[in-house]
Structure formats: structure tokens, C-alpha cells
Design a protein around this ligand. Structure first.
Ligand code: FAD
Length: 437
């Protein structure tokens, strides 16, 4: 039987492997490092004395491809979150707190309810977002929305940064519109926040590896792809640092490595080449039971604070202004916001770990979006997967998983197996997450 060779065990590679194995294909998965998960994983921080996630990853119930992936690997019940689409916020400058609470249905009557929308905004402030629908491909958020509009500072700007990891002055208006269509556009039912009960690896990675092993997939860690050998229209050989593997007729290759690595391996491949950093701060401290899963901060240095088993974890996306600051300064700065959000004393500063990801995702600017390649290549057995591939989605979990599914569908077509469309892939069942059972 022909083999699907998948290079890279981040979420894109895992999703491709899962989809191909689910269709009965033989899967070999190669990963350069000693662990899977790539930019979405958990590990033991020996200094802090607990397991931490490399970054806080927030999902929404409208992330259908991700939920389908989790259903396939039997990990849906590893997600947790509030039963309703509620987003608690605090303004760090004024101390004002509110909860954004879209109603479940598709008619957004919540914008007419002062209790559910951002304080000091009017319903009409929310309608301004409709202008994104007709935005030019080249337009940034700031070119379409008015910075002085009521909802901009407290809603659209923070959501843009969170969803695209790009500031509003660089972020593509059209890409953000796509996010709105998939989430708020489908009503609050698609906006329920979901977080891993334990950690990223326990939700996205370990169950996938276990499921793939049961399907007979071969998984090789510590196996870095050095080069690909090409004939005119297909790849003939994979050269790993552990040795070469010659491809047979019908074999396919899904290259699920980061954009910069793919560009080194594939001749003349154009990929996004500007990145945006994320800074995370993990604080080991006691958090009162019943505190919110997360709190959004407006006007602070921190943007989102998440409650974890072992303490609080802070995320700063599009963190260009913070990424070069020394860790000690970041600890003080970000703990002040975290303590404010969860009403904890500012002193003493708890044990902390700062994690900086300089290349967390590609910069979601209109120019960079034009550099996203298709999944298919000029070599008929070589497919690309990764959050940078042109899925029409941001560089995030949903985009990475969608790219893996897309590459797998092409590989199935190549092998002559009729590919299932997304509609036939296990239907996303938003209600089957733990808090609604
Ligand atoms: C700090 C942080 C916070 C984030 N927050 C969110 C969030 O809240 N919500 C969200 O949806 N997304 C978030 N993201 C983005 C999300 O994590 C990524 O979009 C996604 O994990 C990318 O997956 P990938 O498989 O495309 O790439 P990667 O995770 O980079 O996987 C690529 C894999 O290929 C391997 N590899 C590289 N070179 C080779 C080689 N030559 N041979 C073999 N293997 C190789 C790597 O080791 C890696 O395992 C965040 C990212 C970061 C860094």
C-alpha cells in the first residue's frame, strides 16, 4: 500500500495524519524535535516546578475544523469553558469591568442591550464593522474603521490583535471580516470560549499521537528533513538527517513544517516573511475558586489573563513593544495587570516565567496574505500544510488544522480515494463539549 509521508508533527501535520489515517491510508509521520505539537504544546518548566503551555490558546465553539479534529481523536471532552459566550473585561486605566455577552442566535440583539455590550458604546458603533465586508484586499483595519468610534478601543482593536496576532494598523480588514463571519456572524453559539482542561498537549497532541498509533501510523521523532529530491513533476526522495527514503508510485508527501523551513526545502516557494511576536508570562500563585476562565484587559500591558491549575498566565499578542524588554521588567509589568484582573495582591510578586515567541505567527497584513501559497505544488505528490498556507483563515489553530485537512484531501485524491468534503467529515457538534452535556 502506498504511504502518506507527513513531515512535521505540529497541528497541521497531526491533522493531515489523522485525516489520512481515518481514511485507511498508511501514515508515516516525521518530526525533527523530540516532541510533537510545534507551537502548540505543554512542557515541564523545572524552574517554576509545573507544566506550562508555550502560550495560551483560546478556541471558540465556531472553530469547526478544530472540533472535528478533536472529535476524531476522542479529545472533545478535554475542553472546558463557560456555558455561555461570555467575555469578561476590565479597563486597566479606569478599573471599570464589564462582560461582553453576544446572544446565541444569529440576529445580534445583544448590541441593543446595555448589559451585554461594552459600556459607553451605542448599538450603531457595532454596525460599523459591516464596512469590512466591502473593504479592499489591500485595506488594513485602521483604514476601514474609525479609531475614535466607541467600540474600536474596547472591542474591535483587542479582537483584531487576539485573532490575527497583528495590530489594527497592519491587520488585513478582509481577514478580520472572515473571522467575524465565522464567529459573531454565526451568533453567540459560535463564540463560546473553549480552553484545554489540562494543557495544550493533553488536548491537541497526546490524544492524536495515541489515536494515530492505534491506527498503525509510524511516528518518528528526532528525524529532520534535510532535502527533497525532485524529478520534473514529482518528488522522488526524502533525505532526513537519519538517511534517505525513496518514494514509491502513489506515495504522497505532506510538508507540514513552518513557512521559513518550507521555503528552504522547496525551490522558489513564496511564503509570508514577516512575523509577529507573542509574549506570555506564567505566574505560580493561588487563584480563588470560581474565578473566570480568563479576563480581557483594555488599556494595560497585558491583553488576556487565563486561570490555570497552578496560577495565572498572561498573553500579549502583537508584542513588538514588549518582546525586547528584560524578563524582570515584564514580570513586574504583567503581574500588575494579572493581579488587577483577578483581584489579587500586587505584592509579593509570585514565581514567574516569561516566554517570548518572536515568530509566533506570520504578520496578517494585506501584503503578507498575498504571499500565502496554495496547498498544492507543481510537484504532484508534494502538498503543503501549515498555518501559513492559504486557507483564508488566520495563522492560528483553526487555520493550521484546516491546512492539514486540505492537504490530506489532495493526497487522497492523488491516491485515487474519493476525498470527503468538509461537510462529510465528522459533523462539528458544538453542544458535545463538556459544559453542555
Ligand atoms: C505563543 C503562541 C500563542 C498562540 N496563541 C494562539 C491562540 O490563542 N489561538 C490560536 O488559534 N492559535 C494560537 N497560536 C498559533 C498556533 O499555535 C499556530 O498557528 C499553530 O500551532 C501552527 O501549527 P503548524 O503545524 O502550522 O506549525 P508548527 O506548530 O510550527 O509545526 C511545525 C512542526 O514541524 C517541525 N519541523 C520543522 N522543521 C522540520 C524538518 N526539517 N523536519 C521535520 N520536522 C520539522 C517542527 O518541529 C514543528 O513541530 C499561538 C502561537 C504561539 C506561538
Amino acid at each position: 500500500m502506498s504511504i502518506a509521508h507527513i513531515i512535521g508533527a505540529g497541528l497541521a501535520g497531526l491533522a493531515a495524519a489523522v485525516k489520512l489515517a481515518a481514511k485507511g491510508r498508511r501514515v508515516w509521520l516525521y518530526e525533527a524535535s523530540r516532541h510533537a505539537g510545534g507551537r502548540c504544546r505543554s512542557y515541564l518548566d523545572t524552574e517554576l516546578g509545573c507544566r506550562i503551555d508555550n502560550g495560551n490558546h483560546l478556541l471558540l465553539s465556531g472553530n469547526h475544523q478544530t472540533l472535528a479534529y478533536l472529535r476524531q481523536i476522542g479529545a472533545l471532552d478535554t475542553l472546558d469553558g463557560p456555558p455561555d459566550p461570555v467575555f469578561p473585561f476590565i479597563d486597566a486605566e479606569t478599573g471599570l469591568r464589564w462582560t461582553l455577552w453576544p446572544n446565541r442566535g444569529t440576529i445580534p440583539w445583544w448590541i441593543f442591550s446595555a448589559k451585554r455590550r461594552v459600556p459607553r458604546t451605542r448599538a450603531t458603533d457595532y454596525l460599523a464593522i459591516l464596512a469590512l465586508r466591502r473593504a479592499k484586499l489591500s485595506a488594513t483595519m485602521i483604514e476601514v474603521l474609525d479609531r475614535n468610534d466607541g467600540a474600536f478601543r474596547s472591542l474591535w482593536e483587542p479582537l483584531t490583535v487576539a485573532a490575527l496576532n497583528t495590530g489594527a494598523d497592519h491587520a488585513s480588514a478582509r481577514l478580520f471580516w472572515r473571522v467575524i463571519e465565522e464567529t459573531l456572524g454565526r451568533g453567540g453559539a459560535a463564540c463560546r470560549p473553549l480552553v484545554p482542561c489540562e494543557g495544550l498537549s493533553e488536548t491537541f497532541v497526546d490524544p492524536a499521537l495515541a489515536w494515530l498509533r492505534v491506527q498503525g501510523a509510524e511516528i518518528r521523532f528526532g528525524t529532520r528533513l534535510r532535502t527533497l529530491q525532485f524529478a520534473l513533476d514529482h518528488v522522488t526522495e526524502l533525505v532526513f538527517d537519519t538517511g534517505p527514503i525513496e518514494l514509491s508510485h502513489g506515495d504522497s508527501v505532506v510538508l507540514a513544517v513552518p513557512a521559513a523551513v518550507a521555503a528552504r526545502l522547496v525551490p522558489a516557494l513564496r511564503v509570508p516573511d514577516a512575523y509577529s511576536p507573542i509574549v506570555n508570562a506564567h505566574f505560580r500563585c493561588a487563584v480563588p475558586a470560581g474565578s473566570p476562565y480568563f479576563v480581557g484587559i483594555i488599556g494595560g500591558a497585558a491583553q488576556w489573563v487565563f486561570r490555570k491549575h497552578e496560577g495565572l498566565s498572561v498573553t500579549v499578542s502583537a508584542a513588538d513593544r514588549l518582546v525586547d524588554q528584560p524578563a524582570e521588567e515584564l514580570r513586574d509589568l504583567l503581574w500588575r495587570d494579572a493581579a488587577l484582573a483577578y483581584q489579587l495582591p500586587v505584592h509579593p510578586l509570585p514565581p514567574a516565567r516569561i516566554v517570548k515567541e518572536r515568530r509566533a505567527t506570520f504578520l496578517a497584513s494585506p501584503r503578507q496574505l498575498l504571499r500565502r501559497p496554495a496547498s498544492t505544488t507543481q510537484w504532484n505528490n508534494l502538498l503543503l500544510a501549515g498555518d501559513y498556507v492559504d486557507t483564508g483563515l488566520p495563522g492560528a489553530i483553526e487555520g493550521a488544522i484546516a491546512s492539514g485537512f486540505m492537504a490530506a484531501e489532495h493526497a487522497l485524491e492523488l491516491a485515487g480515494t474519493p476525498a470527503r468534503t468538509s461537510a462529510h467529515w465528522p459533523a462539528p457538534d458544538v453542544s458535545n463539549t463538556p459544559q453542555e452535556r
